[in-house]
Design a protein around this ligand. Structure first.
Ligand SMILES: Nc1nc2c(ncn2[C@@H]2O[C@H](COP(=O)(O)OP(=O)(O)OP(=O)(O)O)[C@@H](O)[C@H]2O)c(=O)[nH]1
Ligand SMILES: [Mg+2]
Length: 675
């Protein structure tokens, strides 16, 4: 594939708060591009990208799903789009995280009624952290209470973005029917069936809308030198120049083009598709990805002739067999190839497929810029790098948030035990934010996840996909420990010198609490009192000891400063220093004592004004703290904090105290001393 073909690729994610309309929009994108001929609705369990049984039943997205489409704006060649529809619920954040890790751009969807919601902020920050350029799509323009301008304003105020509205919606709520395109100077109009007609502005319309176009050009001129020069000289900025500038601005993340529509009504889809091609980056426009090659760091460029570099970012187990999703960054992956795996040595590519939601299409190779899947790798895990055998590389891993909530799990029938453990292992292989733990003492099984919905979904999948019967017991939250005081000059000493090879290590260290939750190891050893290799061993020992503090939980918020030590010419070893470091920290923690920290959730509750008293009362009973109550359009938004340990069954409780009219979102706010 040459650079021309690569420039015609767009790999993008659809990201948003729960229910903003991502799946509905993806369905319309597939429809308008001719990939599907009949639109399926989320609420009928018929949307292409919500294909799993549990998604269809619940009407929400749980797993990110990839689809392909082609689109050619104006007289341009067809561009190939790979879209990933992601879930909005915070419990499935890993799906957004690993999608953004491998995508080149994203469309952030907002509800024109609800605006920037808590989870919109989270996914926006995630996209920014990955340097993924964004477009904003203000959806649900047909709903009562819709306001394009309010969302644009919130983009600036809440997300600190530089919004660049590319048009003016024509009509709102039930009358929403068109879009004044300020770039092309066209008027777009959709009929009730979502069929588009477009035409250039008439002279009268130009008189009315030219000022808005000038304002857009001026905003662009502030961000782009190319347009700035023309603007300052008073020269007209033509459509092509404006588009080129908007593309540069979007790709470098300096501004965000904003569009509007009503996905459910099939309106606004064509202009969004045009904008995806016009403004979102191709793989060529993204900065080089870096990889480790032995001790050095190398740049990986999107070149199909270069040695292979690909990231395995997701594993699923559909009926056809294990499916490993791969983003190819450089080189070519071919059926029959043997490739290096950062985890396993090497693997053979038996079958390669292009994925269209739950449909798989065999292909014989994939190149730099492609997102495809390899079939049949039963032991694949997300985060693995695939590279050329003669030039093994390691790409940056995928970040996961630690799980905060656990449920105890019991088999109803002993005969299910084996299947349960196989099922749990398979679910954990798919989802790095889901963890299975067996208590050494009691033999109890606990499953850890991001929240109640996450665990509920996993248990339901275990029951239905593995046909087992399980009982769920007491919930438990993830505690942490923090040293309560500073302890200086603690000695860790390992001496064993009776016969044969002895063991000797002596270390002196300080242990200090930090203000944040980091764990930092500082080497202050002078004059080579401990050789380099042994210092690394001490650090490993220290970190191992911090994994389980005196109360049995991971220790955070601590500086460990290695001050001094002694070695023995013959008997010192890495192993001895590892143990000395670990023992020094254990005794320091016992001396300091530790404070127990518990997860505290940030809550946003949207409730009818009449029920606010009950919502607040209930939160206070749960040891929660209300931070703000805002009123908007007859509804109240209650923001607050509450310990996760007190939030068991919260969404059900909220539903019953508001007769089903209140909704809530929660996400980890941080850790605080346990009450
Ligand atoms: N009126 C109206 N309803 C819409 C529009 N877009 C989506 N909806 C409805 O909003 C609800 C949620 O839509 P989804 O597409 O499932 O939202 P989502 O963002 O994919 O939700 P999650 O994946 O669960 O986070 C559905 O009932 C849709 O029919 C729109 O433009 N107008
Ligand atoms: Mg969805």
């Amino acid at each position: 594939m040459n650079t021309h073909t690569l420039s015609l690729r767009r790999n993008l994610g659809i990201i948003a708060h729960i229910d903003a309309g991502k799946t509905t929009l993806t369905e319309r994108l597939l429809w308008k591009t001719g990939q599907i001929h009949r639109v399926g609705e989320v609420h009928d369990g018929a949307a292409t990208t919500d294909f799993s049984a549990i998604e269809r039943e619940r009407g929400i997205t749980i797993g990110a799903a990839a689809v392909q489409a082609h689109w050619a704006p104006r007289d341009l060649s067809a561009h190939r789009l790979t879209l990933i529809d992601t879930p909005g619920h915070i419990d499935f954040a890993i799906e957004v995280e690993r999608s953004l890790r491998v995508l080149d751009g994203a469309v952030a969807v907002f509800s024109a009624v609800d605006g920037v919601q808590p989870q919109s902020e989270t996914v926006w920050r995630q996209a920014r952290r990955h340097g993924v350029p964004l477009l904003a799509f203000v959806n649900k323009m047909d709903r009562v209470g819709a306001s394009f301008d309010r969302v644009v304003q919130q983009l600036a105020e809440r997300l600190h973005a530089r919004p660049l509205p590319l048009g003016i919606p024509v009509g709102t709520e039930g009358d929403f029917a068109g879009w004044v395109d300020l770039v092309d100077r066209q008027l777009l109009h959709w009929d009730a069936a979502g069929t588009l007609q477009r035409r250039p502005w008439t002279d009268v319309e130009a008189g009315a809308w030219q000022a808005a176009r000038d304002a857009l050009v001026e905003a662009v001129a502030e961000l782009d030198d190319g347009v700035a020069d023309a603007w300052l000289e008073g020269a007209a900025v033509d459509d092509a120049a404006l588009r080129a500038a908007l593309r540069r601005i979007t790709v470098r993340g300096a501004g965000v083009p904003v569009l509007a529509g009503a996905a459910f009504k099939g309106k606004g889809i064509e202009s969004l598709l045009d904008a995806v091609v016009d403004y979102l980056p191709s793989p060529l426009d993204r900065p080089a990805v870096t990889a480790r090659q032995g001790e050095s760091v190398v740049d990986v460029l999107p070149d199909a002739q270069a040695p292979l570099a690909a990231l395995l970012f997701k594993v699923t187990h559909p009926q056809q067999g294990a499916l490993a999703f791969v983003r190819v960054y450089a080189g070519t992956l071919r059926v029959g190839d043997r490739v290096a795996s950062s985890r396993l040595g090497s693997r053979r590519v038996g079958r390669l497929v292009r994925v269209q939601a739950d449909q798989l299409h065999d292909i014989d190779h994939a190149q730099a810029g492609d997102i495809v899947a390899v079939m049949g790798w039963k032991d694949a895990s997300s985060g693995e790098t695939l590279s050329a055998v003669e030039q093994p590389l390691v790409l940056e891993a995928i970040q996961t948030q630690p799980a905060v909530l656990a449920w105890r799990l019991e088999a109803v029938q002993a005969s299910d035990l084996l299947r349960i453990s196989q099922g749990l292992a398979s679910l954990a292989q798919e989802d790095p934010s889901f963890r299975v733990e067996t208590d050494q003492d009691s033999g109890e099984t606990r499953v850890w996840g991001m929240g109640e919905l996450h665990l509920e979904v996993m248990i339901e999948r275990l029951r239905s996909e593995w046909k087992v019967d399980v009982r769920v017991g007491q919930p438990r939250v993830a505690y942490l420990e923090k040293p309560a005081a500073e302890v200086l000059g603690v000695v860790g000493r390992v001496v064993k010198q009776s016969g044969g090879q002895g063991q000797f290590a002596h270390v002196v260290l300080d242990l200090r609490p930090r203000d944040d939750d980091a764990v930092v190891f500082v080497d202050r050893v002078v004059g080579g009192a401990i050789p380099r290799g042994f210092i690394r061993a001490v650090e490993q020992g220290v970190r191992m000891a911090l994994e389980s503090g005196p109360q049995g939980h991971p220790v955070v918020g601590v500086d460990v400063v290695l001050l001094d030590g002694q070695t023995h010419a013959k008997d010192s070893s890495e192993q001895a220093f590892h143990r000395a470091g670990s023992e020094a920290v254990k005794s320091a923690l016992l001396q300091a004592g530790t404070q127990l920290l518990e997860p505290v959730m940030g809550l946003e509750v949207l409730a009818p004004v009449a029920t606010v008293g009950d919502v607040v009362g209930d939160l206070q009973r749960r040891h929660g703290r209300v931070q703000a109550i805002d009123e908007q359009d007859g509804r109240s938004q209650v923001s607050g904090l509450a310990p996760l340990a007190r939030l068991a069954g919260y969404s059900n409780a909220l539903r019953s105290l508001s007769q089903g009219r209140a909704s809530s979102t929660m996400q980890l706010h941080g850790y605080a001393p346990a009450a």
